[in-house]
Design a protein around this ligand. Structure first.
Ligand code: AMP
Length: 217
């Protein structure tokens, strides 16, 4: 099972991708998490990606494509995966198709999570993320039980460098210009479903899981 989750920054891709991956027993591959992990480990790729990420810009296609292809070949991805945050440009989508074609595979389903711009700005403005398990919180609408501490794993909560208001605005613009065209790309090639991402986490999860049989998954 190979699934792509599309949607603007703040749509809840990470949260929902994790739910789907856990419920199908497949890998959750998040390009942003992989890049942040490179930064924490101080790799060359991580330091190269940092300035793009801080500004809310996309990391160059060749860097991302190489990183994801390596990840797709790891053993835990062989049963299938949910891709979260990749592809983000047409060039990345075409590169992914080409690699999969070579290996006799295909993407089974692309899910687009729709959320209005006003709601994205509200969500990202108050977002806190666990440094250890990546679980997201919101200062107002879903705060942790204990300030600054993850309910799930006790890890430290922090605000991402690219969740500042200027970077958020830039990320939304970049999404509209470079990533939104992927909706049409996957629509034309079949296997695209769209869901409303403005409900609660559980409501969005239910509509997402309902799309699986529709897509023959
Ligand atoms: P995310 O955690 O998915 O919101 O990604 C955070 C940042 O990582 C993005 O704003 C980009 O700077 C970078 N990034 C993540 N995925 C990609 C991608 N597929 N292509 C280019 N840049 C990416």
């Amino acid at each position: 099972m190979r699934i792509i989750i599309l949607g603007p920054p703040g749509a809840g891709k990470g949260t929902q991708a994790k739910v789907v991956a856990d419920s199908l027993g497949i890998a959750h591959i998040a390009s942003g998490d992989l890049l942040r992990d490179h930064q924490e480990r101080g790799t060359k790729l991580g330091s190269m990606a940092r300035s793009y990420m801080q500004q809310g810009l996309l990391v160059p296609d060749d860097v991302i494509i190489g990183m994801i292809e390596e990840r797709l070949h790891s053993s835990d991805a062989q049963r299938g995966y949910v891709l979260d945050g990749f592809p983000r440009t047409l060039e990345q989508a075409r590169a992914l198709d080409k690699t999969m074609e070579k290996e006799g595979q295909r993407i089974d389903l692309a899910v687009n999570i729709r959320v209005s711009e006003k709601e994205l700005i509200r969500r990202l403005g108050g977002r806190l993320v666990c440094r250890r398990c990546q679980r997201p919180y919101h200062e107002v609408s879903s705060p942790p039980r204990k300030r600054g501490v993850c309910d799930e794993c006790g890890g430290e909560l922090y605000q991402r460098e690219d969740d500042t208001s200027e970077a958020v605005r830039r990320r939304i613009q970049v999404y509209a210009k470079q990533t939104a065209p992927l909706i049409q790309y996957y629509y034309e090639r079949g296997g695209l479903v769209e869901i409303d991402g403005e409900g609660s986490i559980d409501e969005v999860r239910d509509s997402l899981l309902k799309t699986m049989p529709k897509a023959g998954v």
